[in-house]
Design a binder for this molecule. Structure first.
Ligand code: PEP
Ligand code: MN
Length: 381
């Protein structure tokens, strides 16, 4: 069970907090507290482990400062941290996915023509990338907007992927029929590449789609969190995939809808990367393109999307999904957020800096945790 709560003021001593003291007094329960946000009100989360079955969520919810009670252990039976890891660390078409890997999926938000697909794959492969994103079925706000090329482009997308050694393509599906179309195109082209089926944010709670995608094991799944629901609700939606039989799931953060996000498209939620890694066995992805939605730049001419990418990688993300395009102004969908192929080299170097910093942070944590363990051992002896 996870409890999100706020202390009265940052200067208050956490140890004296009534809610936390009450939680710690529960019998046979181990409480782990961590700070998830500081600001006017500091927000903490308390993870309750042990015999939580008998605890009333209503009673906990009525404690002072409690914002949310998430009854994780009872319901996240398959994706939860305590469940078996089997299936969540996987190799698909030669590419490893786990909470320890980092895979980069750059590509077109929407396939517009064969030349742009080829140009994109060519540049990705020049930089040694073996995964990509390609939007073929597009969920659009207006029915009058471009809806994606659909199945007519699948054959050349797959053939060109094979030509440039792209092994996995993330591709959103909005209907079980789309899986059949992907099956047919892969069969016709003799599977030159692999596909990761993407559940878009708008379909995060489309339970029949989740069941359909979850009940096949040919393709892994990239699940986007719902943009207008709680993290807990999105996690439960991902549980549908596992319950239907497919545990090869990447949980992808992509920001949440909020007026407070302006001037960005969504409010970036990448500080939740470690939360999902702690609560579940799923590798965690970030999509800075759809989170931020613009390439506005700072005084160093570093774009907000580059910054958000670095923030997610620094927090331990396992997969990056980002929009690129050979000529961004000409992109039919989401042109404002597409990184030009001319800037990929810069982007990849920037990502590498963030990744090396993450590795360094891991080593630092391990050094300090070791010292702490030694001190505890000395104290105990
Ligand atoms: C996308 O990745 O193309 C997309 C539409 O993303 P989201 O579902 O996160 O809006
Ligand atoms: Mn898009």
């Amino acid at each position: 069970m996870l409890i999100i709560f706020t202390a009265k003021s940052p200067s208050d001593r956490l140890e004296d907090d009534f809610t936390l003291k009450t939680l710690k007094a529960l019998p046979n329960i181990n409480v782990q507290v961590s700070k998830i946000n500081s600001g006017e009100h500091t927000i903490y989360q308390a993870l309750l482990e042990g015999s939580t079955q008998g605890i009333s969520t209503e009673n906990i919810a009525s404690l002072p400062g409690v914002l949310e009670v998430i009854p994780l252990e009872s319901e996240l039976k398959l994706i939860g941290k305590k469940a078996s890891l089997q299936g969540f660390e996987f190799n698909y078409n030669g590419v490893d996915f786990s909470q320890r890997s980092l895979n980069l999926f750059l590509g077109l938000c929407a396939v517009d023509n064969q030349q742009n697909v080829e140009h994109t794959f060519k540049v990705l492969s020049k930089f040694g990338l073996d995964c990509a994103r390609m939007g073929v079925y597009k969920p659009r706000t207006s029915p009058y907007y471009f809806q994606g090329l659909g199945k007519e482009c699948l054959n050349y997308v797959f053939e060109l992927a094979g030509k440039y050694n792209i092994k996995v393509i993330a591709m959103e599906v909005m209907h079980p029929e789309h899986i059949d179309e992907i099956d047919a195109a892969l069969q016709e082209t003799q599977s030159p590449t692999g596909v990761m089926l993407q559940i878009g944010t708008r379909n995060a709670q489309n339970f029949s789609l989740l069941k359909a995608v979850g009940s096949q094991n040919r393709y892994p799944v990239l699940f986007k969190r719902g943009f207008g629901i709680t993290l807990n609700e999105s996690l439960h939606a991902a549980e549908y995939l596992a319950k239907s039989g497919n545990k090869n799931i990447i949980f992808c953060l992509r920001g949440v809808k909020s007026l407070c996000a302006a001037p960005h498209r969504n409010l970036t939620d990448f500080s939740q990367v470690p939360v999902i890694k702690r609560l579940t066995n799923m590798p965690v992805g970030i999509d800075p393109s759809h989170a931020v939605g613009s390439l506005a730049k700072d005084e160093n001419k570093i774009s907000d999307i580059f910054h958000a990418t670095a923030q997610g990688i620094l927090a331990g993300a396992n997969l990056l999904l980002a929009d690129v395009h050979p000529h961004p102004p000409a992109a039919i969908v989401d042109s404002r957020q597409a990184i030009s192929l001319d800037n990929i080299e810069w982007y990849l170097e920037d990502i590498n800096i963030a990744y090396q910093a993450y590795r360094q942070r891991q080593r630092l944590a391990s050094k300090f945790n070791q010292t702490k363990t030694m001190e505890t051992a000395e104290y105990a002896s």
